[in-house]
Design a protein around this ligand. Structure first.
Ligand SMILES: Cc1cc2nc3c(=O)[nH]c(=O)nc-3n(C[C@H](O)[C@H](O)[C@H](O)COP(=O)(O)O)c2cc1C
Length: 350
């Protein structure tokens, strides 16, 4: 296996012409990694590449809503990857050019792994793993067009093991991405058919690393600092991308980054820190979206923050029904009081 030393883990990651000072990235998550959530992640992790939610190229080009909230970005939101889904070359080019013009992204990521029927039914996401020629055309024409425009933003591709267990073409697909001019690939080590079921094939990371020369990022079921170190040291990948592990703990990217750079482990956050961050997240989302929409959108996050410690489950139902910031504060205060009254607050696996 090609093993990086700790020293390499603290070196910048080169993605085409962009250098990123961290090997830990925030995964794109629709409905989660909006500008507010990214702002929280960024507060702890100044160096990491963070990704937007998936943006539909069709949606962007045909609606002409260039001010849609999904496109929003703040000044601290850099380095940032904007993720696009597409299946038509000219639409992808227009969407990417619009984003580059308006948002100055560090990289453009192409979604070729989404398993959701609405997306694959439109020949986007993981459906492109069944159409490698079309995928090649999309990647190569985008890379060439951006070079010709004089805005050679690196194009990266995120995909899965394959459509199903009978058609695991991740190695050929990665080679195709490289030939098409992609600057990095990220593998979510499940098939489309697996959805999010347990059972990531981490060994595939090592195989991919042996297959292509461009950076390989490992994704899927990496939840802890030890998981990340294990994946990097065992498979020699160039970095890790974390999705669900960050839910309710937006500092996780930074904790993993520190562990990779220094070998030091950061202890689990206290319940108090989790609850205080939960309230702040709610307040920021309410500021951004207005209280009615913001608090509704916050419900799913609240159950992530109030998870993994004794007595948490009894509050989660109530948190999914909150309507105002006052409701949020009242329930979180109650949770904290109950936890602090315990002889020794127990943290259990999240
Ligand atoms: C709520 C949710 C939304 C997601 N949205 C996207 C998306 O927009 N684009 C994408 O490429 N992957 C998306 N994913 C997949 C994640 O980026 C990631 O590949 C997957 O969750 C595995 O990583 P994890 O085990 O660290 O969560 C989503 C996952 C979740 C849970």
């Amino acid at each position: 296996m090609n093993m990086p030393s700790n020293n390499q883990s603290s070196q910048p990651l080169q993605i085409g012409n962009v250098s990123v000072n961290s090997r830990v990235m925030l995964a794109p998550m629709a409905g989660v990694t909006d500008v507010v959530f990214r702002g929280l992640v960024r507060r702890w992790a100044p160096d990491s590449l963070i990704c937007t939610e998936m943006i539909s190229s069709n949606g962007l080009v045909y609606s002409k809503r260039f001010d849609a909230p999904i496109l929003d970005k703040t000044i601290t939101d850099q380095p940032i990857a904007y993720q696009l889904a597409a299946h038509r070359e000219e639409v992808l080019l227009e969407a990417a050019r619009t984003i580059i013009r308006d948002k100055n992204p560090d990289t453009i990521d192409l979604n070729m792994g989404c398993p959701v029927k609405k997306i694959t039914g439109n020949f986007e996401g993981c459906a492109l793993m069944k159409e490698p020629d079309l995928a090649y055309k999309l990647i190569s024409s985008l890379v060439k067009a951006l070079e010709q425009d004089g805005t050679p933003t690196p194009v990266t591709v995120k995909f899965r093991l394959g459509w199903d267990s009978q058609s695991m073409n991740y190695k050929e697909f990665a080679l195709m991405c490289q030939d098409a001019g992609a600057s990095m690939v990220t593998l979510h080590a499940r098939t489309r058919a697996q959805g999010y079921k347990p059972g990531c094939l981490w060994d595939a990371f090592g195989e991919l690393k042996q297959t292509v020369q461009i950076p390989v990022i490992a994704n899927g079921d990496i939840y802890t600092q030890d998981d990340a170190l294990h994946v990097i040291n065992t498979y020699g990948v160039d970095g890790v991308m974390i999705g669900r592990g960050t839910l309710g703990q937006p500092w996780l990217i930074a904790d993993i980054d520190r562990a990779l750079k220094t070998g030091e482990r950061t202890p689990d956050a206290s319940v108090k820190k989790r609850l205080e961050t939960a309230y702040e997240h709610a307040r920021l989302l309410a500021d951004y979206r207005g209280e009615v929409t913001g608090v509704k959108e916050m419900r799913r996050h609240l159950t992530d923050y109030v998870k993994g410690f004794q007595g948490a489950s009894q509050y989660r139902g109530r948190l999914t029904a909150v309507n105002t910031l006052k409701d949020v504060q009242a329930i979180l205060d109650e949770v904290l009081e109950a936890v602090e009254a315990l002889p020794q607050p127990l943290l259990v696996a999240v």
